[in-house]
Design a protein around this ligand. Structure first.
Ligand code: ATP
Ligand code: MG
Length: 568
Protein backbone atom coordinates (compact mmCIF):
# COMPACT_ATOMS: atom_id res chain seq x y z
CA UNK A 1 0.00 0.00 0.00
CA UNK A 2 1.45 3.29 -1.07
CA UNK A 3 2.24 6.03 1.38
CA UNK A 4 -0.57 8.45 2.06
CA UNK A 5 -0.46 12.14 2.42
CA UNK A 6 -3.14 14.73 2.94
CA UNK A 7 -3.49 18.23 4.32
CA UNK A 8 -3.46 17.04 7.94
CA UNK A 9 -0.23 15.13 7.44
CA UNK A 10 1.24 18.16 5.67
CA UNK A 11 0.40 20.34 8.67
CA UNK A 12 1.97 17.86 11.07
CA UNK A 13 5.06 17.52 8.91
CA UNK A 14 5.44 21.32 8.74
CA UNK A 15 4.89 21.73 12.50
CA UNK A 16 7.61 19.20 13.23
CA UNK A 17 9.99 20.72 10.70
CA UNK A 18 9.49 24.22 12.07
CA UNK A 19 9.80 23.08 15.67
CA UNK A 20 6.23 24.15 16.53
CA UNK A 21 5.77 20.62 17.83
CA UNK A 22 8.49 18.34 19.12
CA UNK A 23 6.34 15.24 19.02
CA UNK A 24 2.89 14.35 17.77
CA UNK A 25 0.11 13.48 20.18
CA UNK A 26 -3.38 12.88 18.78
CA UNK A 27 -6.53 11.41 20.25
CA UNK A 28 -9.70 9.66 19.17
CA UNK A 29 -12.49 11.07 21.37
CA UNK A 30 -15.73 9.06 21.08
CA UNK A 31 -18.75 9.78 23.19
CA UNK A 32 -19.83 6.41 24.64
CA UNK A 33 -23.45 6.78 23.54
CA UNK A 34 -23.49 4.18 20.77
CA UNK A 35 -21.35 1.76 18.79
CA UNK A 36 -18.62 2.94 16.46
CA UNK A 37 -19.44 3.09 12.76
CA UNK A 38 -17.40 3.25 9.59
CA UNK A 39 -17.28 7.07 9.81
CA UNK A 40 -15.48 6.68 13.11
CA UNK A 41 -13.10 4.27 11.38
CA UNK A 42 -12.00 7.16 9.19
CA UNK A 43 -11.25 9.27 12.26
CA UNK A 44 -9.53 6.36 14.05
CA UNK A 45 -7.31 5.55 11.06
CA UNK A 46 -6.43 9.23 10.72
CA UNK A 47 -5.60 9.87 14.37
CA UNK A 48 -3.80 6.61 15.07
CA UNK A 49 -2.25 6.59 11.59
CA UNK A 50 -0.78 10.09 11.88
CA UNK A 51 0.62 9.33 15.34
CA UNK A 52 2.23 6.10 14.14
CA UNK A 53 3.68 7.64 10.98
CA UNK A 54 5.34 10.49 12.87
CA UNK A 55 6.54 8.45 15.84
CA UNK A 56 3.98 9.91 18.22
CA UNK A 57 1.15 8.58 20.35
CA UNK A 58 -2.60 8.48 20.00
CA UNK A 59 -4.91 8.45 23.00
CA UNK A 60 -8.30 6.86 23.26
CA UNK A 61 -10.36 9.34 25.24
CA UNK A 62 -13.96 8.85 26.13
CA UNK A 63 -15.81 12.11 25.91
CA UNK A 64 -18.19 11.03 28.68
CA UNK A 65 -19.77 14.32 29.69
CA UNK A 66 -23.43 13.44 29.13
CA UNK A 67 -24.35 10.62 31.53
CA UNK A 68 -27.95 10.53 30.32
CA UNK A 69 -27.04 8.72 27.11
CA UNK A 70 -23.82 6.97 28.03
CA UNK A 71 -23.43 3.35 29.02
CA UNK A 72 -20.73 0.89 30.01
CA UNK A 73 -21.75 -1.37 27.11
CA UNK A 74 -20.67 1.36 24.71
CA UNK A 75 -17.38 1.98 26.54
CA UNK A 76 -16.58 -1.72 26.19
CA UNK A 77 -17.66 -2.08 22.57
CA UNK A 78 -15.68 0.99 21.50
CA UNK A 79 -12.46 -0.41 22.96
CA UNK A 80 -13.08 -3.78 21.34
CA UNK A 81 -13.77 -2.16 17.97
CA UNK A 82 -10.70 0.12 17.98
CA UNK A 83 -8.52 -2.88 18.81
CA UNK A 84 -10.18 -5.00 16.17
CA UNK A 85 -9.53 -2.29 13.61
CA UNK A 86 -5.86 -2.77 14.42
CA UNK A 87 -4.94 0.11 16.72
CA UNK A 88 -3.49 0.27 20.19
CA UNK A 89 -3.64 3.19 22.60
CA UNK A 90 -1.14 1.55 24.97
CA UNK A 91 -1.35 3.20 28.37
CA UNK A 92 -3.29 6.15 26.98
CA UNK A 93 -6.84 5.23 27.86
CA UNK A 94 -8.49 8.35 29.21
CA UNK A 95 -11.89 9.63 30.21
CA UNK A 96 -13.04 13.24 30.24
CA UNK A 97 -14.73 12.32 33.52
CA UNK A 98 -11.27 11.79 35.06
CA UNK A 99 -10.81 15.54 34.63
CA UNK A 100 -14.11 16.66 36.17
CA UNK A 101 -12.43 18.01 39.31
CA UNK A 102 -9.82 19.93 37.30
CA UNK A 103 -12.47 21.26 34.93
CA UNK A 104 -14.51 22.41 37.89
CA UNK A 105 -11.53 24.31 39.28
CA UNK A 106 -10.99 25.95 35.92
CA UNK A 107 -14.63 27.00 35.85
CA UNK A 108 -14.13 28.74 39.18
CA UNK A 109 -10.99 30.30 37.73
CA UNK A 110 -13.07 31.84 34.94
CA UNK A 111 -15.62 33.11 37.45
CA UNK A 112 -12.91 34.75 39.54
CA UNK A 113 -11.45 36.33 36.41
CA UNK A 114 -14.87 37.80 35.63
CA UNK A 115 -15.13 35.60 32.55
CA UNK A 116 -18.03 33.36 33.58
CA UNK A 117 -21.34 33.83 35.36
CA UNK A 118 -24.26 31.84 36.64
CA UNK A 119 -27.45 32.49 34.72
CA UNK A 120 -30.92 31.50 35.86
CA UNK A 121 -32.76 33.03 32.94
CA UNK A 122 -35.51 30.62 31.86
CA UNK A 123 -34.40 28.49 28.89
CA UNK A 124 -36.96 30.07 26.55
CA UNK A 125 -35.91 33.62 27.36
CA UNK A 126 -32.24 32.64 27.13
CA UNK A 127 -32.84 31.29 23.64
CA UNK A 128 -34.56 34.52 22.60
CA UNK A 129 -31.68 36.60 24.03
CA UNK A 130 -29.19 34.63 21.93
CA UNK A 131 -30.36 36.38 18.78
CA UNK A 132 -30.09 34.82 15.34
CA UNK A 133 -27.52 34.53 12.59
CA UNK A 134 -28.59 37.96 11.33
CA UNK A 135 -29.40 39.68 14.64
CA UNK A 136 -27.06 40.19 17.58
CA UNK A 137 -27.95 38.72 20.95
CA UNK A 138 -28.78 40.62 24.13
CA UNK A 139 -26.97 40.51 27.42
CA UNK A 140 -28.59 38.49 30.15
CA UNK A 141 -29.62 40.54 33.19
CA UNK A 142 -27.38 38.20 35.20
CA UNK A 143 -24.27 38.93 33.18
CA UNK A 144 -22.86 41.37 35.72
CA UNK A 145 -23.56 39.39 38.85
CA UNK A 146 -20.73 39.93 41.34
CA UNK A 147 -17.96 37.31 41.42
CA UNK A 148 -18.76 36.22 44.99
CA UNK A 149 -22.39 35.63 44.16
CA UNK A 150 -21.42 33.63 41.07
CA UNK A 151 -19.04 31.49 43.11
CA UNK A 152 -21.68 30.87 45.74
CA UNK A 153 -24.32 29.90 43.18
CA UNK A 154 -21.93 27.70 41.18
CA UNK A 155 -20.92 25.83 44.35
CA UNK A 156 -24.55 25.35 45.25
CA UNK A 157 -25.19 24.05 41.73
CA UNK A 158 -22.45 21.53 42.39
CA UNK A 159 -23.86 20.50 45.74
CA UNK A 160 -27.16 19.61 44.10
CA UNK A 161 -29.31 22.35 45.55
CA UNK A 162 -31.09 23.23 42.29
CA UNK A 163 -33.20 21.14 39.94
CA UNK A 164 -32.20 20.21 36.39
CA UNK A 165 -32.21 23.18 34.06
CA UNK A 166 -32.64 25.80 36.80
CA UNK A 167 -29.25 27.45 36.21
CA UNK A 168 -26.22 27.23 33.97
CA UNK A 169 -22.70 28.56 34.06
CA UNK A 170 -21.91 30.66 31.00
CA UNK A 171 -18.71 32.10 29.62
CA UNK A 172 -18.79 35.89 29.33
CA UNK A 173 -17.58 36.54 25.80
CA UNK A 174 -19.66 38.57 23.35
CA UNK A 175 -23.42 38.50 22.81
CA UNK A 176 -23.00 40.42 19.55
CA UNK A 177 -20.45 38.08 17.99
CA UNK A 178 -21.18 36.90 14.46
CA UNK A 179 -20.25 33.44 15.73
CA UNK A 180 -23.16 32.10 17.78
CA UNK A 181 -20.74 29.88 19.71
CA UNK A 182 -19.20 32.99 21.27
CA UNK A 183 -22.51 34.40 22.54
CA UNK A 184 -21.87 33.53 26.16
CA UNK A 185 -21.91 29.74 25.63
CA UNK A 186 -22.98 27.38 28.38
CA UNK A 187 -20.06 25.71 30.19
CA UNK A 188 -21.92 23.74 32.86
CA UNK A 189 -25.45 22.47 33.24
CA UNK A 190 -27.28 20.91 36.17
CA UNK A 191 -27.97 17.23 35.62
CA UNK A 192 -29.04 14.99 38.44
CA UNK A 193 -27.92 11.83 36.71
CA UNK A 194 -25.89 8.75 37.56
CA UNK A 195 -22.64 8.62 35.61
CA UNK A 196 -21.17 5.24 34.53
CA UNK A 197 -17.80 6.19 36.05
CA UNK A 198 -18.30 8.95 38.60
CA UNK A 199 -21.56 7.57 39.94
CA UNK A 200 -23.57 10.14 41.89
CA UNK A 201 -20.66 12.41 42.70
CA UNK A 202 -21.63 15.15 40.27
CA UNK A 203 -24.80 17.16 39.94
CA UNK A 204 -23.37 19.42 37.25
CA UNK A 205 -21.65 18.34 34.06
CA UNK A 206 -19.41 20.30 31.69
CA UNK A 207 -20.54 20.82 28.11
CA UNK A 208 -18.61 19.37 25.19
CA UNK A 209 -17.04 22.76 24.49
CA UNK A 210 -15.77 23.19 28.01
CA UNK A 211 -14.52 19.63 28.40
CA UNK A 212 -12.98 18.96 25.04
CA UNK A 213 -10.18 21.47 24.55
CA UNK A 214 -9.22 21.38 28.20
CA UNK A 215 -8.98 17.58 28.10
CA UNK A 216 -6.77 17.97 25.04
CA UNK A 217 -4.57 20.40 26.97
CA UNK A 218 -4.32 18.12 30.01
CA UNK A 219 -3.18 15.26 27.77
CA UNK A 220 -0.73 17.48 25.87
CA UNK A 221 -2.48 16.74 22.59
CA UNK A 222 -0.64 18.59 19.84
CA UNK A 223 -3.10 18.13 16.96
CA UNK A 224 -6.76 17.90 17.92
CA UNK A 225 -8.31 16.53 14.74
CA UNK A 226 -12.09 16.65 14.37
CA UNK A 227 -14.81 16.88 11.76
CA UNK A 228 -15.86 20.13 10.10
CA UNK A 229 -18.99 20.69 12.15
CA UNK A 230 -16.64 21.84 14.92
CA UNK A 231 -15.03 24.53 12.79
CA UNK A 232 -17.36 27.19 14.25
CA UNK A 233 -16.42 26.04 17.74
CA UNK A 234 -12.74 26.68 17.16
CA UNK A 235 -12.77 30.34 18.33
CA UNK A 236 -14.35 29.16 21.58
CA UNK A 237 -11.83 26.31 21.83
CA UNK A 238 -9.03 28.87 21.48
CA UNK A 239 -10.67 31.40 23.84
CA UNK A 240 -10.85 28.83 26.63
CA UNK A 241 -7.25 27.70 26.10
CA UNK A 242 -6.10 31.33 26.21
CA UNK A 243 -8.02 32.22 29.34
CA UNK A 244 -7.23 29.17 31.45
CA UNK A 245 -3.98 28.12 33.13
CA UNK A 246 -3.80 24.94 31.04
CA UNK A 247 -0.57 22.95 30.82
CA UNK A 248 -0.34 22.93 27.00
CA UNK A 249 -1.78 24.63 23.93
CA UNK A 250 -3.34 22.16 21.54
CA UNK A 251 -4.64 23.24 18.15
CA UNK A 252 -7.76 22.05 16.45
CA UNK A 253 -7.87 20.95 12.77
CA UNK A 254 -11.00 19.94 10.89
CA UNK A 255 -11.63 17.50 8.05
CA UNK A 256 -14.78 16.46 6.18
CA UNK A 257 -16.70 13.62 7.74
CA UNK A 258 -17.31 10.42 5.80
CA UNK A 259 -20.65 9.98 4.07
CA UNK A 260 -21.50 6.84 2.10
CA UNK A 261 -24.38 6.42 -0.33
CA UNK A 262 -27.31 4.20 0.78
CA UNK A 263 -25.89 4.40 4.30
CA UNK A 264 -26.71 6.34 7.45
CA UNK A 265 -23.82 7.38 9.70
CA UNK A 266 -25.70 9.31 12.34
CA UNK A 267 -25.55 7.82 15.81
CA UNK A 268 -28.96 9.25 16.55
CA UNK A 269 -30.51 7.33 13.64
CA UNK A 270 -28.46 4.19 14.25
CA UNK A 271 -29.76 4.26 17.81
CA UNK A 272 -33.32 4.48 16.48
CA UNK A 273 -32.72 1.56 14.11
CA UNK A 274 -31.78 -0.54 17.12
CA UNK A 275 -34.38 0.70 19.59
CA UNK A 276 -37.22 0.51 17.07
CA UNK A 277 -36.15 -3.01 16.05
CA UNK A 278 -35.57 -2.25 12.39
CA UNK A 279 -32.42 -4.34 12.82
CA UNK A 280 -31.53 -7.13 15.24
CA UNK A 281 -29.01 -5.05 17.20
CA UNK A 282 -25.93 -2.86 16.93
CA UNK A 283 -24.09 -5.78 15.32
CA UNK A 284 -26.75 -6.62 12.77
CA UNK A 285 -24.72 -7.38 9.62
CA UNK A 286 -26.65 -4.66 7.75
CA UNK A 287 -25.51 -1.97 10.17
CA UNK A 288 -22.59 0.29 9.17
CA UNK A 289 -21.18 -0.21 12.65
CA UNK A 290 -17.79 -1.86 13.06
CA UNK A 291 -19.52 -4.61 15.03
CA UNK A 292 -22.02 -5.14 12.19
CA UNK A 293 -19.38 -5.10 9.47
CA UNK A 294 -17.24 -7.53 11.45
CA UNK A 295 -20.18 -9.88 11.89
CA UNK A 296 -20.93 -9.65 8.19
CA UNK A 297 -17.39 -10.89 7.59
CA UNK A 298 -15.67 -7.67 6.54
CA UNK A 299 -11.99 -7.85 7.54
CA UNK A 300 -10.47 -4.92 9.43
CA UNK A 301 -7.90 -4.73 6.66
CA UNK A 302 -10.63 -3.98 4.11
CA UNK A 303 -11.89 -1.06 6.21
CA UNK A 304 -8.39 0.34 6.61
CA UNK A 305 -7.82 -0.03 2.88
CA UNK A 306 -11.16 1.67 2.11
CA UNK A 307 -10.29 4.57 4.40
CA UNK A 308 -6.86 4.89 2.84
CA UNK A 309 -8.36 5.07 -0.64
CA UNK A 310 -10.95 7.74 0.13
CA UNK A 311 -8.33 10.00 1.72
CA UNK A 312 -8.76 13.02 3.95
CA UNK A 313 -9.95 16.40 2.72
CA UNK A 314 -11.87 19.46 3.78
CA UNK A 315 -14.46 19.31 0.99
CA UNK A 316 -17.72 17.50 1.70
CA UNK A 317 -18.43 14.50 -0.48
CA UNK A 318 -20.34 11.25 -0.50
CA UNK A 319 -18.45 8.07 -1.22
CA UNK A 320 -20.19 5.50 -3.41
CA UNK A 321 -20.98 2.41 -1.34
CA UNK A 322 -19.59 0.33 -4.23
CA UNK A 323 -16.14 1.57 -3.30
CA UNK A 324 -16.52 -0.09 0.06
CA UNK A 325 -17.70 -3.33 -1.55
CA UNK A 326 -14.78 -3.20 -3.99
CA UNK A 327 -12.25 -2.86 -1.16
CA UNK A 328 -13.89 -5.78 0.66
CA UNK A 329 -13.73 -8.00 -2.43
CA UNK A 330 -10.14 -7.13 -3.14
CA UNK A 331 -9.05 -7.94 0.37
CA UNK A 332 -11.10 -11.14 0.57
CA UNK A 333 -10.17 -12.56 -2.82
CA UNK A 334 -6.65 -13.76 -1.92
CA UNK A 335 -7.70 -14.83 1.58
CA UNK A 336 -10.88 -16.79 1.08
CA UNK A 337 -10.83 -20.53 0.45
CA UNK A 338 -13.12 -21.65 -2.37
CA UNK A 339 -15.98 -23.91 -1.40
CA UNK A 340 -19.23 -25.09 -2.92
CA UNK A 341 -22.67 -24.41 -1.48
CA UNK A 342 -26.13 -24.47 -2.99
CA UNK A 343 -28.53 -21.86 -1.66
CA UNK A 344 -31.78 -22.95 -3.36
CA UNK A 345 -31.31 -26.65 -4.06
CA UNK A 346 -32.71 -28.52 -7.05
CA UNK A 347 -32.10 -32.26 -7.09
CA UNK A 348 -30.42 -33.82 -10.04
CA UNK A 349 -30.60 -37.59 -10.49
CA UNK A 350 -27.91 -39.09 -12.73
CA UNK A 351 -29.61 -42.14 -14.16
CA UNK A 352 -26.57 -43.86 -15.61
CA UNK A 353 -24.56 -43.51 -12.37
CA UNK A 354 -24.84 -46.66 -10.25
CA UNK A 355 -27.13 -46.35 -7.22
CA UNK A 356 -25.30 -46.63 -3.90
CA UNK A 357 -21.94 -45.79 -5.44
CA UNK A 358 -19.92 -42.64 -4.76
CA UNK A 359 -16.47 -41.45 -5.78
CA UNK A 360 -14.03 -38.81 -4.66
CA UNK A 361 -13.08 -35.81 -6.81
CA UNK A 362 -10.40 -33.23 -6.07
CA UNK A 363 -11.45 -29.59 -5.69
CA UNK A 364 -9.06 -26.64 -5.77
CA UNK A 365 -8.90 -24.54 -2.61
CA UNK A 366 -7.64 -21.39 -4.30
CA UNK A 367 -7.23 -20.81 -8.05
CA UNK A 368 -4.41 -18.28 -7.59
CA UNK A 369 -2.59 -20.12 -4.85
CA UNK A 370 -1.48 -23.68 -5.64
CA UNK A 371 0.00 -24.00 -2.15
CA UNK A 372 -3.54 -23.91 -0.74
CA UNK A 373 -3.87 -27.41 -2.23
CA UNK A 374 -6.97 -29.42 -2.97
CA UNK A 375 -9.63 -31.17 -0.94
CA UNK A 376 -11.66 -34.28 -1.62
CA UNK A 377 -15.33 -33.88 -2.51
CA UNK A 378 -17.90 -36.61 -2.96
CA UNK A 379 -19.72 -37.24 -6.21
CA UNK A 380 -22.66 -39.61 -6.58
CA UNK A 381 -25.90 -40.43 -8.35
CA UNK A 382 -27.82 -37.64 -6.62
CA UNK A 383 -26.51 -34.12 -6.41
CA UNK A 384 -28.00 -30.66 -5.95
CA UNK A 385 -27.60 -27.61 -8.15
CA UNK A 386 -29.13 -24.13 -7.86
CA UNK A 387 -32.73 -23.81 -8.97
CA UNK A 388 -31.63 -20.72 -10.88
CA UNK A 389 -29.25 -22.81 -12.95
CA UNK A 390 -32.10 -24.57 -14.71
CA UNK A 391 -34.80 -23.19 -16.96
CA UNK A 392 -37.35 -25.34 -18.69
CA UNK A 393 -37.87 -22.79 -21.47
CA UNK A 394 -34.58 -20.91 -21.63
CA UNK A 395 -34.47 -17.49 -23.26
CA UNK A 396 -31.80 -16.88 -25.88
CA UNK A 397 -28.98 -15.82 -23.61
CA UNK A 398 -29.47 -18.44 -20.92
CA UNK A 399 -26.57 -20.88 -21.23
CA UNK A 400 -27.06 -23.02 -18.17
CA UNK A 401 -29.02 -26.25 -17.82
CA UNK A 402 -32.26 -26.89 -19.72
CA UNK A 403 -33.91 -29.97 -21.25
CA UNK A 404 -31.56 -31.67 -23.71
CA UNK A 405 -28.65 -29.39 -22.87
CA UNK A 406 -25.23 -30.47 -21.58
CA UNK A 407 -23.27 -28.53 -18.94
CA UNK A 408 -20.15 -29.11 -16.85
CA UNK A 409 -20.29 -29.77 -13.12
CA UNK A 410 -17.41 -28.01 -11.39
CA UNK A 411 -14.51 -30.45 -10.72
CA UNK A 412 -16.61 -33.23 -12.21
CA UNK A 413 -18.32 -34.45 -15.31
CA UNK A 414 -20.51 -33.24 -18.14
CA UNK A 415 -24.19 -33.92 -17.50
CA UNK A 416 -27.18 -33.69 -19.85
CA UNK A 417 -30.76 -33.09 -18.75
CA UNK A 418 -33.06 -35.74 -20.14
CA UNK A 419 -36.25 -35.20 -18.12
CA UNK A 420 -38.14 -33.42 -15.39
CA UNK A 421 -39.85 -34.92 -12.34
CA UNK A 422 -42.80 -33.01 -10.96
CA UNK A 423 -44.66 -33.06 -7.69
CA UNK A 424 -48.46 -33.34 -7.45
CA UNK A 425 -48.82 -29.58 -7.96
CA UNK A 426 -46.81 -29.71 -11.17
CA UNK A 427 -43.75 -27.95 -9.72
CA UNK A 428 -40.32 -29.24 -10.64
CA UNK A 429 -39.17 -31.73 -7.99
CA UNK A 430 -36.00 -33.08 -9.62
CA UNK A 431 -34.16 -33.30 -12.91
CA UNK A 432 -33.28 -36.56 -14.65
CA UNK A 433 -29.83 -36.51 -16.22
CA UNK A 434 -27.13 -38.65 -17.68
CA UNK A 435 -23.42 -38.14 -17.26
CA UNK A 436 -20.52 -38.89 -19.57
CA UNK A 437 -17.92 -40.94 -17.65
CA UNK A 438 -15.29 -39.93 -20.22
CA UNK A 439 -15.51 -36.28 -19.09
CA UNK A 440 -14.06 -36.78 -15.61
CA UNK A 441 -11.98 -33.73 -14.72
CA UNK A 442 -14.18 -31.47 -16.83
CA UNK A 443 -13.07 -32.04 -20.41
CA UNK A 444 -14.47 -34.16 -23.20
CA UNK A 445 -11.93 -36.34 -25.06
CA UNK A 446 -13.69 -35.49 -28.34
CA UNK A 447 -13.17 -31.79 -27.65
CA UNK A 448 -16.87 -30.85 -27.51
CA UNK A 449 -17.62 -27.72 -25.51
CA UNK A 450 -20.30 -26.74 -23.01
CA UNK A 451 -21.41 -23.18 -22.28
CA UNK A 452 -21.67 -23.30 -18.50
CA UNK A 453 -20.04 -24.76 -15.44
CA UNK A 454 -22.31 -25.21 -12.44
CA UNK A 455 -21.45 -25.58 -8.77
CA UNK A 456 -23.14 -28.39 -6.87
CA UNK A 457 -23.10 -30.47 -3.71
CA UNK A 458 -23.56 -34.22 -3.31
CA UNK A 459 -26.73 -35.53 -1.67
CA UNK A 460 -24.62 -38.16 0.06
CA UNK A 461 -22.80 -35.82 2.41
CA UNK A 462 -24.17 -32.26 2.02
CA UNK A 463 -24.68 -30.34 5.26
CA UNK A 464 -27.92 -28.41 5.81
CA UNK A 465 -27.46 -24.74 6.61
CA UNK A 466 -29.08 -21.36 6.89
CA UNK A 467 -27.67 -18.59 4.73
CA UNK A 468 -28.47 -14.90 5.18
CA UNK A 469 -28.17 -12.58 2.23
CA UNK A 470 -27.93 -8.85 2.80
CA UNK A 471 -28.73 -5.86 0.68
CA UNK A 472 -28.40 -2.16 1.48
CA UNK A 473 -30.36 -1.19 4.56
CA UNK A 474 -31.73 1.87 2.77
CA UNK A 475 -32.96 1.95 -0.78
CA UNK A 476 -32.15 5.56 -1.62
CA UNK A 477 -28.70 7.07 -2.22
CA UNK A 478 -29.26 9.79 0.39
CA UNK A 479 -31.57 8.24 2.99
CA UNK A 480 -33.90 10.77 4.56
CA UNK A 481 -33.20 13.46 1.97
CA UNK A 482 -36.95 14.07 1.60
CA UNK A 483 -38.01 13.69 5.21
CA UNK A 484 -38.32 10.64 7.40
CA UNK A 485 -35.25 8.49 6.96
CA UNK A 486 -37.17 5.40 8.13
CA UNK A 487 -39.41 5.73 5.08
CA UNK A 488 -36.34 4.94 2.98
CA UNK A 489 -35.61 1.63 4.70
CA UNK A 490 -35.21 -1.18 2.19
CA UNK A 491 -37.87 -3.77 3.06
CA UNK A 492 -35.81 -6.45 1.29
CA UNK A 493 -32.51 -5.75 3.02
CA UNK A 494 -32.26 -9.27 4.38
CA UNK A 495 -33.21 -12.61 2.92
CA UNK A 496 -32.96 -15.71 5.06
CA UNK A 497 -32.60 -19.00 3.22
CA UNK A 498 -33.06 -22.02 5.45
CA UNK A 499 -32.81 -24.95 3.04
CA UNK A 500 -29.25 -24.42 1.85
CA UNK A 501 -26.77 -27.25 1.39
CA UNK A 502 -23.03 -26.99 1.97
CA UNK A 503 -20.12 -29.22 1.07
CA UNK A 504 -18.90 -30.88 4.29
CA UNK A 505 -15.67 -28.83 4.50
CA UNK A 506 -17.80 -25.80 5.33
CA UNK A 507 -19.18 -27.38 8.47
CA UNK A 508 -15.85 -26.78 10.19
CA UNK A 509 -15.42 -23.14 9.04
CA UNK A 510 -14.93 -20.82 11.97
CA UNK A 511 -16.45 -17.42 12.68
CA UNK A 512 -14.27 -14.76 11.20
CA UNK A 513 -12.88 -17.11 8.54
CA UNK A 514 -13.69 -15.86 5.07
CA UNK A 515 -14.82 -18.37 2.47
CA UNK A 516 -15.93 -17.94 -1.08
CA UNK A 517 -18.97 -19.94 -2.11
CA UNK A 518 -18.07 -20.43 -5.74
CA UNK A 519 -20.12 -18.22 -8.04
CA UNK A 520 -22.10 -16.79 -5.10
CA UNK A 521 -19.88 -14.47 -3.12
CA UNK A 522 -17.87 -14.21 0.07
CA UNK A 523 -19.41 -15.64 3.19
CA UNK A 524 -18.60 -16.22 6.84
CA UNK A 525 -20.07 -18.27 9.62
CA UNK A 526 -22.41 -16.34 11.90
CA UNK A 527 -22.35 -16.58 15.66
CA UNK A 528 -25.97 -17.77 15.62
CA UNK A 529 -24.64 -21.13 14.37
CA UNK A 530 -25.05 -24.21 16.52
CA UNK A 531 -23.38 -27.62 16.21
CA UNK A 532 -25.82 -29.06 13.72
CA UNK A 533 -27.20 -25.82 12.36
CA UNK A 534 -24.54 -23.72 10.66
CA UNK A 535 -25.54 -20.19 9.72
CA UNK A 536 -23.62 -18.17 7.15
CA UNK A 537 -23.72 -14.47 6.27
CA UNK A 538 -22.97 -13.22 2.82
CA UNK A 539 -20.31 -10.57 3.25
CA UNK A 540 -20.45 -9.35 -0.34
CA UNK A 541 -21.53 -10.75 -3.69
CA UNK A 542 -18.84 -11.60 -6.21
CA UNK A 543 -19.61 -8.94 -8.72
CA UNK A 544 -21.49 -5.77 -8.35
CA UNK A 545 -24.91 -5.93 -9.82
CA UNK A 546 -26.05 -3.08 -7.63
CA UNK A 547 -25.11 -0.57 -10.31
CA UNK A 548 -27.91 -2.01 -12.41
CA UNK A 549 -30.43 -1.41 -9.67
CA UNK A 550 -30.11 2.34 -9.73
CA UNK A 551 -32.44 4.59 -11.68
CA UNK A 552 -34.37 1.92 -13.49
CA UNK A 553 -37.97 0.74 -13.54
CA UNK A 554 -39.38 -1.17 -10.55
CA UNK A 555 -39.54 -4.32 -12.64
CA UNK A 556 -35.90 -4.04 -13.61
CA UNK A 557 -35.02 -3.25 -10.03
CA UNK A 558 -36.75 -6.43 -8.87
CA UNK A 559 -34.96 -8.47 -11.53
CA UNK A 560 -31.60 -6.93 -10.69
CA UNK A 561 -32.15 -7.57 -7.00
CA UNK A 562 -32.77 -11.19 -7.78
CA UNK A 563 -29.60 -11.19 -9.82
CA UNK A 564 -27.74 -9.92 -6.77
CA UNK A 565 -28.20 -13.29 -5.15
CA UNK A 566 -26.93 -15.10 -8.26
CA UNK A 567 -23.85 -14.83 -10.42
CA UNK A 568 -22.86 -14.67 -14.10
P1 ATP B 1 -22.59 12.45 18.22
O1 ATP B 1 -21.57 13.45 18.67
O2 ATP B 1 -23.74 13.02 17.51
O3 ATP B 1 -22.97 11.46 19.26
P2 ATP B 1 -20.52 11.50 16.52
O4 ATP B 1 -20.68 10.56 15.38
O5 ATP B 1 -19.91 12.83 16.33
O6 ATP B 1 -21.94 11.58 17.11
P3 ATP B 1 -18.52 10.99 18.50
O7 ATP B 1 -18.45 9.88 19.47
O8 ATP B 1 -18.57 12.36 19.04
O9 ATP B 1 -19.76 10.71 17.62
O10 ATP B 1 -17.34 10.88 17.45
C1 ATP B 1 -16.01 10.62 17.80
C2 ATP B 1 -15.11 11.15 16.74
O11 ATP B 1 -15.41 10.55 15.49
C3 ATP B 1 -15.26 12.65 16.57
O12 ATP B 1 -13.97 13.23 16.51
C4 ATP B 1 -15.97 12.79 15.26
O13 ATP B 1 -15.58 13.97 14.62
C5 ATP B 1 -15.53 11.55 14.51
N1 ATP B 1 -16.57 11.15 13.53
C6 ATP B 1 -17.87 10.90 13.77
N2 ATP B 1 -18.53 10.63 12.64
C7 ATP B 1 -17.63 10.69 11.63
C8 ATP B 1 -17.69 10.50 10.21
N3 ATP B 1 -18.84 10.20 9.59
N4 ATP B 1 -16.55 10.65 9.50
C9 ATP B 1 -15.40 10.95 10.12
N5 ATP B 1 -15.27 11.14 11.44
C10 ATP B 1 -16.37 11.02 12.20
MG1 MG C 1 -19.62 14.14 18.28
Amino acid sequence: MSETSDFIREIVRADLAAGRARTVVTRFPPEPNGYLHIGHAKSICLNFGVAAEFGGTCHLRFDDTNPVKEEQEFIDSIQQDVRWLGFDWGEHLHFASDYFEQLYEWAEHLIRAGLAYVDDTAPEAMRAQRGTLTEPGQNSPNRYRPVEENLDLFRRMRSGEFPNGARVLRAKIDMTSGNMNLRDPVLYRILHAHHPRTGDKWRIYPTYDFAHGQSDAIEHITHSICTLEFEDHKPLYDWLIENLPVPSRPRQYEFARLNISYTVLSKRILTRLVSENHVTGWDDPRMPTLAGLRRRGVPALALREFVRRIGVARAYSTVDVQQLDAAIREVLNPLAARRMAVLRPLKLIIENYPAGQTETLQAINHPDDPSAGTRPITFGREIYIEQDDFLEDPPKKFFRLSPGREVRLRYGYFVTCIGIERDSSGAIAALRCTYDPATKGGNAPDGRKVQATLHWVAAADAVKAEVRLYDHLFNRPAPGADGDVMADLNPASREILTLCLLEPALASATEGEAVQFERLGYFCRDRDSTGNHPVFNRTVALRDTWAKVQAETPKQVAAARKELSRWN
